[in-house]
Design a protein around this ligand. Structure first.
Ligand SMILES: CC(=O)N[C@H](C=O)[C@@H](O)[C@H](O)[C@H](O)COP(=O)(O)O
Length: 229
């Protein structure tokens, strides 16, 4: 990717709403065509970028929308799941992702590479924007040292280092901004209302990424069902 292209992708993300369009194994909407249609729908609603999971989803979403695509490929259910290896990261990039997001924790990676080696190998093939999905400030510091372009709070509350807050982990967003000046921070994880999304941007987040509250009808329906109980 040329510098110009990378810059325009970051410009498109800045201050905007990234919508994560994912369905989980065994779910009725788990079909790349369905996720591509959801992606088109969220872009019509004002999403400035789409996050998509799986090589086929990334490919179809990329072909269906004209906003940047943040691509991941999840494998497994324990430990390192989000784009766990260099092979996964290359596949996501080759499917057309503008940003390759990957596990940015300090846990050992299943292919034995460090995060720095993974980022360097990806970059050796050409310019690519890399986002580290982090679970703590220490993760993010290490990920920045490893050369990533963006850090996300995606894994806060899922790795044991931070409590699983009801809403977004705003304290982590603030700590990241204070400790890593100049590093774009994507607030992601449990942002369930427009007010929470706004609070993340007001705190200084570079962008917010919302998944469940926009694209997971089973969970949203459960919220309403519980509200009626
Ligand atoms: C922890 C993990 O695996 N997060 C995943 C990362 O891609 C997705 O399951 C989330 O939906 C996404 O991060 C957006 O978060 P939320 O759905 O809470 O708005």
């Amino acid at each position: 990717m040329s510098r110009g292209r990378a810059g325009s992708v970051l410009d498109a993300l800045r201050g905007g709403l990234v919508v994560s369009c994912q369905a989980y194994p065994g779910e009725p909407m788990r079909d790349p065509r369905t996720m591509a249609q959801v992606a088109v729908a969220v872009v019509a609603g004002g999403a400035s970028a789409v996050r998509a999971q799986g090589v086929e989803d990334v490919r179809l979403v990329r072909a269906s929308v004209d906003v940047p695509v943040v691509g991941i490929w999840k494998e497994g259910s324990d430990g390192i799941v989000i784009t766990p290896t260099l092979e996964h990261a290359r596949a996501v990039r080759d499917a057309g992702a503008d940003v390759v997001a990957l596990d940015g924790t300090r846990r050992p990676r299943p292919d034995g590479l460090t995060l720095a080696q993974t980022v360097a190998a990806l970059r050796a093939d050409g310019e690519v924007i890399v986002m580290a999905d982090c679970g703590s400030l220490d993760d993010a510091r290490a990920a920045v040292d490893a050369g990533v372009d963006l850090v996300g709070t995606t894994l806060a509350g899922y790795t044991g280092e931070r409590p699983r807050t009801d809403g977004p982990d705003l304290a982590l967003v603030r700590d990241l901004l204070a400790a890593l000046p100049g590093v774009p921070v994507v607030a992601e994880g449990r942002i369930h209302t427009p007010a929470q999304a706004r609070a993340c941007l007001t705190a200084g987040a570079f962008a917010v990424c919302v998944g469940t509250a926009i694209t997971h009808p089973t969970t949203i329906t459960g919220w309403f069902r519980d509200g009626l109980a």
